[in-house]
Write a protein that binds this ligand. Structure first.
Ligand SMILES: Cc1cc2nc3c(=O)[nH]c(=O)nc-3n(C[C@H](O)[C@H](O)[C@H](O)COP(=O)(O)OP(=O)(O)OC[C@H]3O[C@@H](n4cnc5c(N)ncnc54)[C@H](O)[C@@H]3O)c2cc1C
Length: 388
């Protein structure tokens, strides 16, 4: 095996990095995951994830983790309601029983990010993840890499894999290609105990997902298993809006004022999400890697997930693609098909970039129409539910 006796450093313990660690360990590889979070108990933020048959679910299958997934996914959480800005429901998947249809292409079961991370962490050998390892830089030393961490620690590895997300510190060692701004900035937020703290939206949400459209803006809300809800707004903004707006995003009064103004055409019911003052807000200008990106494969360093192919979230593919990358990279590194690690990496990166170009095109198309005046209608057409 190409990676026999090689020390592999995966930088970043998100869904992509942890899935890769699991798949490589199943083949006997020597793997460490360097993760900046202080420990495994750090609360995992963000909305729920729907996993797709050909990518996220396939990765879990190959990792031998489908039973763990089935014990932790949230039946019914995939049910969607499509609303307009006045909170009028135009399309509703809540009628009927929840059907467990694993193996069907259309079945996209939901899991919260926290439980998914737990499943992956529990599948790894003890001490695989080195917590509190915020990487600062890499230095090539002969045929190895020296990893330098913020806490003063260092590590040496034969192969480095960047799984450190959107602002990857590893990516510049592979390519200088930078992402471009999609034109949309999201504002991510959450409400703990939504039944108590945002009762009207909680009622509308019914344990599932809301996609709301109006005035060329979006609001996507998901119920989480711990009784909280997560949401993100989406509007056309300048790339520098977060800084230029002068808003202190830790001050929910300022954020509420912004929402009332920016979403003035929307019903006051939505303001419930911003009136709750114990959550958090994270503004996210949404970037995308160039669709035609390619580079020459390096001898002993590569990347996966958002580090490799960041894109806006409007096709729900980011985690799914990161987990599929893990499957394909682990296969390339552990088969006997390639004479060198560099040629295995080249094969993986070529198919990863081709797949990304296709998925990113769909994502950018979605990003565009969802933030157009016809967003609601196009979404309804997609569900084949045109209102009369
Ligand atoms: C608002 C929003 C909604 C989304 N909704 C969906 C969805 O519904 N479905 C979907 O599939 N995708 C969705 N995505 C995209 C998805 O979150 C990402 O594509 C996915 O998390 C990428 O996985 P990853 O493992 O590559 O990176 P990440 O999940 O970003 O993980 C990177 C890991 O690296 C660690 N790290 C970062 N920097 C360093 C460093 N310097 N040193 C060490 N460790 C580091 C981080 O702490 C983290 O644990 C959404 C994204 C956003 C912004």
């Amino acid at each position: 095996m190409l990676i026999k006796d090689k020390k592999i450093a995966i930088v970043g313990g998100g869904p992509g990095g942890l899935t890769l660690a699991r798949l490589l360990q199943m083949k006997g590889a020597d793997v460490k995951v360097y993760e900046r979070d202080a420990n495994r108990n750090v609360r995992v933020q963000g909305a729920t994830l729907d996993l797709h048959l050909e990518s996220g679910l396939r990765a879990l299958e190959e990792a031998g983790l489908m039973n763990a997934f089935k014990a932790n996914y949230r039946p019914g959480a995939d049910r969607i309601r499509v609303l307009d800005e006045h909170a009028k429901i135009f399309y509703d998947q809540h009628a009927g029983e929840s059907i467990e249809a694993f193996g069907e292409e259309w079945f996209r079961p939901e899991i919260d990010r926290g439980p998914l991370r737990e499943i992956l962490l529990d599948s790894l050998q003890a001490d695989t993840v080195v917590w509190d390892s915020h990487i600062l830089s890499l230095e090539p030393i002969a045929n190895t890499w020296k990893l330098v961490f913020q806490n003063g620690n260092i590590a040496i590895a034969d192969i480095v894999i960047g799984a450190d997300g959107a602002n990857s510190k590893i990516r510049p060692f592979i390519t200088p290609i930078k992402p471009f701004y999609s034109g949309i900035t999201a504002l991510e937020g959450n409400v703990y105990d939504s039944a108590k703290n945002a009762p009207k939206i909680h009622e509308l949400l019914k344990g599932g997902k809301i996609f709301a459209f109006g005035d060329a803006k979006t609001l996507i809300v998901s119920a989480k298993g711990d009784g909280s809800l997560a949401f993100y707004t989406g509007c056309k903004m300048d790339a520098t809006w977060v800084k230029d707006s002068g808003i202190d995003f830790t001050d929910n009064k300022q954020v509420l004022d912004w929402f009332k103004n920016e979403y003035a055409a929307w019903d006051a019911i939505w303001q419930e999400l911003f009136e709750y003052d114990k959550g958090y807000f994270i503004p996210r200008p949404l970037y995308c890697m160039p669709l035609d990106q390619t580079w020459d494969a390096k001898a002993n360093i590569t990347m996966l997930g958002d580090a490799a192919h960041l894109m806006p979230p409007y096709a729900g593919e980011g985690v799914n693609m990161a987990m599929l990358d893990a499957v394909e990279l682990s296969e390339a590194l552990t088969t006997s098909a390639y004479p060198t690690i560099q040629s295995a990496i080249a094969h993986y990166e070529k198919q990863m970039c081709l797949r990304f170009a296709e998925v990113a095109q769909e994502t950018l198309n979605n990003t565009d129409w969802m933030h157009s005046p016809n967003g609601l209608q196009i979404m309804l057409d997609m569900f084949n539910e045109i209102p009369s």
